[in-house]
Design a protein around this ligand. Structure first.
Ligand SMILES: O=C(O)CCC(=O)C(=O)O
Ligand SMILES: [Fe+2]
Length: 232
């Protein structure tokens, strides 16, 4: 089967998502928690810096509620603007990522592959950007690609602007272009908060007692499921 290429996925950018105080507090919190960041993983917890190189923190502490609130409130607008089939939002998965010198993420989509995830289906992806001022890195654009893109294709580059959020359907092919950060200092990194909106599982156990195949909202999952994602 041949995939016809050409159509760009929809996306939107929102500037100034947080107040200046919130943005500064988030940076301070990220710097205070440097020791808790771990190499960012791919499918099934695999770390492969040739595909994805960055440092990740899965627990946003006091900022989880802030991001979950913002993103949940935006879901109706995102469904509308990104032309996603209407759905009821369930879990919102978060990840704080620091991209320092040489960091990147090769072409991929954010959907689960294989047997999927007990966590359910990701439908919307949103990424919030912040960094120290003055900015001490270059590069690191998010490159959105056409359907059926292959590595090396051109796409649309979205700059990781201070206090901005970009959103797109989770199926959209995208990559993070290589970051250059001459100081190598953690605090000079390109910071991003990944937010993934899941479809709520509204199915009830059937009358004969069978359980639905996916977990209910709020179920705790292991690190492997949390880091499972598709790499094209
Ligand atoms: O940092 C970004 O701009 C996007 C990161 C990303 O695509 C991912 O972690 O799945
Ligand atoms: Fe992604």
């Amino acid at each position: 089967m041949t995939v016809s290429r050409g159509l760009m996925p929809p996306w939107l950018v929102r500037h100034d998502l947080l107040s200046p105080d919130e943005c500064r507090d988030l940076l301070d919190w990220a710097l205070d928690n440097e020791a808790h960041f771990k190499p960012a993983a791919l499918d099934k917890g695999l770390v492969d810096p040739a595909i994805r190189r960055s440092l990740s923190l899965r627990d946003l502490g006091p900022f989880s509620r802030l991001f979950e609130g913002h993103v949940r409130a935006m879901v109706p607008e995102l469904i509308d603007q990104l032309r996603v089939t209407s759905f009821v939002a369930g879990e919102i998965e978060l990840e704080l990522v620091a991209h320092n010198d040489g960091a990147h993420f090769a072409l991929h989509g954010d959907l689960y592959t294989g047997q999927g995830s007990a966590r359910g289906d990701r439908l919307l992806s949103a990424v919030y950007y912040f960094h120290r001022a003055p900015k001490a890195f270059s590069g690191g654009c998010l490159r959105l690609h056409r359907i059926g893109a292959v590595p090396g294709d051109m796409g649309v580059d979205i700059a990781p602007d201070q206090n901005s959020l970009v959103a797109f359907p989770s199926w959209a092919p995208h990559e993070v272009l290589t970051v250059r950060c001459p100081s190598g200092a953690f605090g000079d990194s390109r910071f991003a908060v990944n937010c993934w909106v899941y479809r709520a599982n509204l199915r009830q156990p059937s009358a004969d007692g069978d359980q639905p195949p996916v977990a209910h909202i709020g179920d705790e999952l292991d690190h492997v499921a949390a880091t499972d994602r598709r790499i094209d």
